[in-house]
Design a protein around this ligand. Sequence first.
Ligand code: GLY
Length: 351
Amino acid sequence: MEDLIVELGERSYPIIIQKGLIDKTGSEINKIYQGKKIFILTDKNVNYHYGDRVKESLIKSGYEVKLMALEPGEETKAFSTLPVVYNELLDFKLTRSDLIITLGGGVIGDLGGFVAATFLRGVSFVQMPTSLLAQVDSSVGGKVAVDLERGKNLVGSFYHPKLVLIDPEVLETLSERFFRDGMAEVIKYGCIKDKDFFYFLKGLKNKEEVMHNIEMIIHKCCFIKKCVVENDEKDTGERMLLNFGHTLGHAIETYYNFKKFTHGEAVAIGMYEISKIAEKKNLTAKGVSKEIKEILEQYILPYEVEIADSSAILDTIALDKKNIDNVLKVVLLKEIGESYLEKTNVEFFKN
Ligand code: GLY
């Protein structure tokens, strides 16, 4: 699979997607980093499966390595975790010219990226995403953040990695639920940018066929994402299209206190529901929501939810940071593969 380059001038970086890459970490890092020390940030689950393999590969290439494994789960992405990690970095005497590797899903990538952006005013880092969601979305594009008690991702920055290393083989140890979670974002790319890709995904019969094509699938998603990021790095225009299904999705996640649905599941419901509403308003071509419902069912993802108190969802949308002076930009599909931003308000969802 051909490497991708996120073209951002002097901050450009490659994305390498290759089965078995995890055991070649040392030689890949060697191409971009000639220093000595490397700090790996991971979680305990990922460490159990891949920590030693990554570490050994780096040690074989001559690096001095320290690995820190945090508890898995969103709670770890708390602002309060930061000093714990900074202290480990200080104990390891990591300097500004050394390297941090984030080995894990979105929590580790976002947290570790934020640590890299802020420790000593910025240390280079490499993303090694191990969940499908992180491989197709959060590891690319430089969004790094931690959560505050009052909300997710409230403190963060745009800070790009020097390299993204994606080994699709690590998905073999991902749970079914979190594989499907990532598939929701994969389907999203087809919806917003690529009709052929959407129907290609629709044509795959089972997980075996998905895994047979997984390098190409991840490559396609990263290609779409990198093009969008190149056009709108700071998320003021085109990049917002990546939020298709997310306005309602975030509100559903928040309503259930992030316990009932994964991010991808909530986005799946959001993509279907917003398309159904937009169809009724003639803002989306007829039949689009049916196509989305069918593909979500095929990938065993939810597409609707009964919420007794729908006003709570509307209140959450009203509080969304994208709702500015009651102007809410929502992402709609003209048709499958073609998305646009529509300026509306929270009334849009009263249906
Ligand atoms: N996950 C959406 C973005 O990176 O902009």
